[in-house]
Design a protein around this ligand. Structure first.
Ligand SMILES: [Zn+2]
Length: 375
């Protein structure tokens, strides 16, 4: 989700971007000892992804792969020919299952005979995605109708069969599992795996205390807020709560860590950015809570609330993500006991539990001290 241009500039000014310009297409740029930044194009509104090359003693590790297109493969070949100092790619790591991150993992591993590392949740989800199992047509239709999408608008959400598999080459048949808090070694240093949820099932970020570098994946981005959505195969997911809860794992890191995000520029200001993102989602949650309260006892469906969160015109593809994100905010409000769900004729509606404009009454009862120890 994009903030307004002014707001976005004001927030960006609170971060530092120490790595300078983007590397040229097909080139790499050193950003930390043994860590190189490269960019690949994406055929979407979000038009690029940052990938990372890590220099090992016996070769190279690639962190995230780019989407499966001719252009990306050609750019990789250019880098292989000019930038690897004659040494092989020995390992490929993907932070998560989205096509821009795992798209070429199978191709890269086969091309180099390299190992493949990923979390179990992401690996299995990528395989399910290639088999069109995550969004079956019937599951999607039921999910949309339950959440108030009019029957004649369901077609807006149509996804071409095999769309995911087009962007993602067949997964490597074997993998090594990344596990939260279990360290791995890259470039001779210890890196801790930090798992986050809400954007993807079991997204892995990599944190190196010695280098003070965080490979953030999509979990913390400097300019845009990560898409956090509820998808048809897990219709009661509390994705936004999970996503925000995961921030505590990043708040333990030093404020001056260099953050290497998958989109935008490497930056310093991790804690500031987390604060910005919490404020962003709190504001959106407040907007939706107020809009639901204004609907009285009837409440509103997720579909009704999409224009509250996204007032601008949305194309078909954007509607899909906007709807998923709106639902994630509603589920978060439900968890925070600000709305409750009622089901009428099979349609889920959300009704305000607390009028956000009314301050709760002051508690003027005597303070009771309970001698039960720390809680
Ligand atoms: Zn992603």
């Amino acid at each position: 989700m994009l903030d307004s241009a002014d707001q976005s500039q004001r927030l960006l000014a609170q971060l530092r971007f120490p790595c300078g310009d983007v590397p040229e297409a097909g080139d790499i740029k050193n950003v930390a000892p043994g860590i190189y930044w490269l960019r690949m194009p994406l055929p979407f509104q979000l038009n690029h992804i940052n990938l990372w090359l890590v220099e090992e003693t016996d070769g190279w590790t690639i962190v995230d792969c780019g989407i499966n297109t001719e252009v990306t493969r050609e750019l990789w070949e250019k880098i292989f020919a000019n930038r690897l100092n004659g040494r092989p790619v020995t390992r490929v790591i993907s932070t998560h299952m989205h096509p821009d991150h795992v798209g070429l993992a199978g191709w890269l591993c086969e091309r180099w005979g390299a190992e493949f590392w990923m979390t179990l949740g992401e690996y299995m989800s990528a395989i399910a995605g290639r088999n069109d199992f995550i969004e079956r047509e019937d599951t999607r239709a039921a999910h949309l109708l339950h959440n108030g999408v009019p029957a004649d608008r369901v077609a807006l959400f149509h996804r071409h069969k095999g769309g995911y598999a087009k962007g993602v080459t067949p997964l490597p048949p074997t993998f090594q599992r990344l596990i939260h808090a279990h360290p791995v070694t890259l470039a001779g240093h210890r890196w801790d795996v930090i798992v986050g949820r809400g954007h993807a099932p079991e997204h892995a970020s990599l944190w190196c205390p010695e280098l003070n570098v965080l490979i953030a994946g999509d979990q913390v981005l400097p300019k845009i807020s990560t898409n956090v959505g509820v998808w048809p195969n897990e219709p009661r997911a509390d994705a936004l709560t999970w996503f925000l809860d995961g921030f505590s794992r990043f708040r333990r890191l030093p404020a001056n860590a260099l953050v290497l995000p998958s989109h935008g520029f490497p930056f310093i200001g991790l804690h500031t950015r987390l604060d910005q993102l919490v404020a962003h989602h709190d504001a959106r949650l407040g907007d939706i809570a107020a809009a639901i309260a204004s609907r009285g006892e009837e409440g509103a469906t997720a579909w009704d609330m999409v224009p509250v969160l996204f007032p601008r015109h949305l194309d078909n593809n954007q509607v899909v993500f906007a709807f998923a994100e709106t639902l994630a905010h509603l589920h978060c409000l439900e968890t925070r006991a600000r709305v409750k769900r009622i089901v009428l004729d099979g349609v889920h509606r959300f009704v305000a539990l607390v009028d956000p404009d009314v301050e709760p009454p002051a508690d003027d009862s005597d303070t009771v001290v309970m001698d039960v120890g720390a809680t």
